[in-house]
Each structure stands twice: as C-alpha cells, then as structure tokens.
Ligand binder design. Structure first.
Ligand SMILES: [Zn+2]
Ligand SMILES: [Zn+2]
Length: 104
C-alpha cells in the first residue's frame, strides 16, 4: 500500500475554484488535515463519507445530478436521501390532515 494514501474517507463539499472568471467546481475534503480535492467530472465512482450519517458511500450519477441536474453541495448517501424524502412526505401528509380538519 502506498504510504501517502489518505487514511480516512474524504468528506466532500462542493467548492468553486474559479479561474480567470471561469467556474471550476470540485469536491473538496472538509477534514482539517486534508487538502484533497477532486474535479467534479472525475468524482463519479469515488468513495467518500456521507455528510449526514457519516457512513461510507459511493459518488454516483444520482449524487452528481441531484440538485436540479447539478451535483449536491454536500454529498449524502441513498439512505439519507430516502430519509429526507420520507420526512417531506410525512410533513405534507400532516399539513393536508390539518387543512382537512380546519375546513370541516
Ligand atoms: Zn480527506
Ligand atoms: Zn447517509
């Protein structure tokens, strides 16, 4: 094993390293001792740490197109995406329940 390989999972955040006025988006590791970053177009298939639950996850197409066809700012795993969707569905259901109650 090469000794310079990072001994942690990178926790990525999307940053814009704009050069000469041109956008240049990369995923940069947020850990204090790490200076690693990876260009967005090379990020697919890489392992990283979920920004919500901290579990290992793979950066998939879905991650890179999640926010209206743009990469997520803080990549999070499928479980966390589902959890959020469920929360939203529940919130909507509660909202509708309340409305029907008040209208009756
Ligand atoms: Zn790192
Ligand atoms: Zn997660």
């Amino acid at each position: 094993m090469p000794s310079r390989v990072a001994n942690h999972l990178h926790r990525y955040k999307k940053v814009n390293l704009a050069r000469d006025g041109e956008d240049y988006f990369v995923y940069k590791c947020q850990k204090p001792t790490c200076t690693h970053y990876i260009p967005m177009n090379l990020a697919e298939g890489k392992l990283c740490e979920c920004n919500k639950c901290g579990e290992a996850m793979i950066i998939t197409r879905a991650v890179l197109t999640h926010s209206s066809k743009k990469p997520m700012t803080r990549p999070h795993c499928n479980n966390c995406i589902k959890r959020r969707k469920n929360d939203e569905v529940e919130a909507l259901a509660n909202f509708l329940n309340q409305r029907t109650k008040t209208e009756i």
